[in-house]
Design a protein around this ligand. Sequence first.
Ligand code: AMP
Ligand code: GLY
Length: 428
Amino acid sequence: MGMKVLLVGGGGREHALAWKIAQSPLVEKLWCAPGNPGIALHAECVPIQAEAIDTLTAFAVEKAIDLAVIGPEAPLTLGLSDRLRERGIAVFGPSMAAARLEGSKAFMKDLLDRHAIATAAYRTFRDPAEAHAYVTAQGAPIVVKTSGLAAGKGAIVCSTLEEAHAAIDRIMVEREFGSAGDEVVVEGFLKGEEASLLAFVDGERVLPLAGAQDHKAIFDGDLGPNTGGMGAYSPAPCLTPALVRRAVEEIILPTVRGMAAEGYPYRGILYAGLMIDGDDLRILEYNVRFGDPECQPLLMRMRSDIIPYLLACASGSLEGMSIDWDPRAALCVVMAAQGYPGAYPKGDAIAGLDRAAEVTDTMVFHAGTRGLEGRIVTAGGRVLGVTALGDGVAAAQQRAYEAVTRIDWSGVQYRRDIGYRAVARERS
Ligand code: AMP
Ligand code: GLY
C-alpha cells in the first residue's frame, strides 16, 4: 500500500515539492492545501488555507494521511506540526516551539548567544527610545529588523544613521509590520557574500543539501529593497566543501544540539542563511522551511527520491543517509507582478506558459497564480519561478531566460542578472 501525503502551502516552493513528491513510487495519493494551478498537475488541491490549522488537522485525520509536509513558516509557527503529531500523523516540519527559530529573531539570537555560535552582534528592544539611543551610540552601517515574521521584508539594512532612525520609527511607531515589530533586533552590519545551506534535521542528526544562493533585492545588481527572493541557483560556488563542513560543525549542529538540550528538538528542513567573509563564517538567519526560491533549483538537482528523507526527519532516522545530486547546475528566475515588493495588481492573464514548458530541462513553477475562466492569471507578488538545469550556472541561466522570454503579462518584472556572481566565478 502506497502512502497518503498532505502537502501544506500554495507557492513556488510547494509547487517544486509537489512535483518532486509526486515522482516518488512510495506515494499513492498526494493532496495539497490550498495548492495552485501548477500544483494541480501533480496533486489534488483542496481549498483549505495553510493557516487554517483546525481544518487541516481534521482533513488529515479524515483522509488517514501517513505523512504531512508543511511548506510555509506561518502554519509551523501556529503549531500545525504539534496538532498533527498529537493525532499520530508523521510530520515533516518543526514544532511550534522549534519554529521560533524563524518566528522570533530575538529567540534565535538569544539561542545563538547561549551556545556561542558565530553571528552578528545584536541587542533587542521593545522601546523605540532605547532603540534610537543604541543606534546613535553604535553608528552606521547597522541593520534594524522586526523580531517577528514579515515575509522577508522586515530586515532593513541602513547605511546611514538617518535611515536607521527612520527604520525604527517605521517598525515601532508607524507599525508598518504590525505586531511583528513589537520587538526589534538591532544588529551589527556584516560584509561578505551570502549563501544558503539547507539541511535535513531529525532532532539530532544533520544531513546538508547542496549549497544555494538567492538574490533578495528587487533590482539588478542586488539594488533596491529586499523581497522574498527574486531568483536562486545551486550549487553556490562560494560554498566550498570545507565551508559546508565548517557550517555544519560550527553552526548547524551546535544549534540542533542546543535546541534538543533545551527541550525543543528540531525536525524538518533547517535553512541557514550564512555570511562568508574570507575565513569569517557567521549565521545571519535561520528559516524553518525550504527557502523560496532556493527550493526550486535544489529539488531539480535532487536525484534521490525525497520521501525517505522526509520520513527520516519525522521519525529521527537520518543516520547513514546521503543524497544523490545531479552534477549539473540549476537556476531559478522569479517573474513578479509590477510594483512588488510593494502593492501590485492581480488578475492579469499570463501568456506563453505552454511555449516556456517546451524548453528542455526547464520547469515553470507557479507561485502566485490562479485559474480564471480557463486562463491562468496572476494572484500574488511573486508569480512564477522559471527553473532550468544546465552544464554550469551560465548554461542553466541561459536556458532559464530562454523560457522566461516566452512568458508575458502586463507589467511583468524580473531581474536579468540572476546568478551573475556564480557565472563570473565560473568564467575566471
Ligand atoms: P533576514 O531577514 O535576517 O534574513 O535578513 C534579510 C537580508 O538582509 C539578508 O539576507 C541580508 O542580505 C541582509 N542582512 C540581514 N542582517 C544583516 C547583517 N547583520 N549584516 C548585513 N546584512 C544583513
Ligand atoms: N529565499 C529566502 C527565503 O526563503 O527566505
